[in-house]
Write a protein of this length. Structure first.
Length: 453
């Protein structure tokens, strides 16, 4: 049967007779204010760009004023008219009469900041409409791979936020910044660091800092995922803060078995294979109840993009009000394995760091080490061992390198011991923390003082 939608122009499905969002009065008020007040443009230069204006003549006028401002020249009628005339643009925008008209219609520039945000609001809405149309057209590209279409759709959506979300607000008055910092010092209930609960490690790095990217690297079977599980549990269950765990390697059920094992003390492999003893059901039920009440979220999307992770973090922020920790397992599973893999992973690492800053959250990215470690007599890892590292270690704020001597030497005296070498610590010390580790239950204990799992 022929579908009623066949043979129609795709744009018919999302076309609309309404004009795109715009505020002409606000645009005129801004331009008039700039012409009247020589200091007005300095208040909005970091908010607006020429393409944010809806009317093309307004774009040209603002471009002229913005260029003159950057050159430290006046933005009055004469200078703007001269700039436009020299580029054969004056008549296109309506001549000097148009500029004079803007001045006549404007009383003052007192509200220019608010008007700028109105214009930017309408511009972003127009971008959303345009992006929606582009994404709709992607849906009709049936000759393209679905994964490719999805990735392009995510990229288009992310572009809107990347262009219009200001993470850094430019030059900031030091007095205001110091008052904010002083307020943070006074709020003892909001420390900038989340303790890991591992005393030797906390003595070196202090804990997990908001806005920081921490790389936890190790060879296979060293315990990277278990460390991620432990830290996620500390924040989600112990600290009762929202945690998003991106598991690009393990399935959701396999990772959940790791969490249940960590809380219950049961063997993760037996949980995964459904081999549960009668005597274990009580502990299992308690662990399931405790984890169910936590704000732990697991995303097992294969090869998640930066824009996908950003969307999930934004969703968590909207629903839970905050994000306490992000864990990614693991870094090298992201991307498309392009010819320039080092550059690709550098960009992914920078994207993770940008998310840490944007959401003001500790971001932990697990990472593989290259095979060169195995060729050395001393298998303890070094910074240069990070696989396809490039500038990953430069982007990271903290780099932790895992080593278990028991894995290589069954007769070692350091059985059940894990070494966590702090290879980089932008805001503190480097060194080695040692702790007891049980891989079956993702359990960790402090050496000197006992401590809890």
């Amino acid at each position: 049967m022929t579908s009623a939608y066949q043979h129609q122009n795709p744009t018919e499905f999302f076309s609309t007779p309404a004009l795109p969002p715009q505020n002409i009065d606000a645009e005129e008020g801004i331009l008039g204010g700039i012409l009247l007040d020589p200091n007005a443009i300095s208040r909005i230069a970091s908010i607006l760009t020429p393409e944010m204006f809806y009317i093309s003549s307004h774009q040209q006028l603002y471009r002229a004023a913005s260029t003159l401002y950057q050159q430290c020249q006046p933005t009055d009628l004469m200078h703007i008219a001269t700039w436009l005339r020299d580029r054969q643009l004056l008549e296109q925008i309506g001549g000097t009469a148009k500029i004079a008209q803007l001045i006549e219609r404007t009383v003052s520039a007192v509200n220019i900041d608010a008007l700028a945000h109105l214009v930017k609001d309408k511009y972003i809405r127009r971008q959303i409409i345009a992006t929606g149309n582009q994404i709709a057209l992607l849906g009709y590209e049936t000759s393209a791979e679905l994964a490719q279409c999805q990735a392009e759709a995510e990229r288009l959506v992310y572009t809107i936020g990347a262009k219009n979300t200001k993470i850094d607000e430019g030059a900031y008055p030091v007095g205001d910044a110091l008052m904010e910092l002083y307020s943070q010092w006074e709020r003892a209930d909001e420390p900038p660091l989340l303790p890991t609960g591992l005393y030797d490690l906390d003595a070196l790095i202090g804990g997990l800092r908001r806005g920081d990217l921490t790389i936890i690297a190790g060879r296979p079977s060293m315990g990277k995922t278990q460390v991620g599980v432990y830290l996620a549990h500390q924040v989600a269950v112990v600290k009762k803060q929202p945690v998003v765990f991106f598991s690009a390697e393990m399935s959701r059920d396999k990772l959940l078995c790791r969490f249940v094992a960590h809380v219950s003390g049961l063997d993760a492999s037996r949980l995964l294979n459904h081999k549960i003893l009668d005597s274990e059901w009580h502990s299992l039920a308690q662990a399931v109840g405790l984890l169910s009440q936590s704000q732990l979220r697991i995303d097992s999307t294969t090869n998640p993009t930066i824009s996908h992770m950003r969307g999930q973090l934004q969703k968590t922020l909207s629903e839970a009000g905050s994000v306490g920790l992000v864990v990614l397992d693991y870094l090298q599973l992201l991307g498309n394995s392009s010819a320039n893999r080092v550059q690709e992973l550098d960009e992914i690492a920078k994207g993770c760091k940008a998310l840490a800053k944007e959401f003001d959250v500790p971001f932990i990215a697990l990472s593989q080490l290259n095979r060169g470690v195995e060729a050395r007599n001393n298998k303890r890892p070094m910074m240069s061992d990070i696989r396809d590292s490039g500038a990953i270690e430069q982007t990271a704020d903290v780099v932790l390198l895992l080593y278990r001597d028991e894995y290589y030497h069954s007769d070692t005296s350091d059985r059940a011991l894990m070494e966590i070498a702090v290879g980089k610590n932008r805001d503190g010390e480097t060194g080695i923390a040692k702790l007891l580790f049980d891989p079956k239950v993702s359990g960790f204990k402090n050496l000197a003082r006992g401590g809890e799992k």
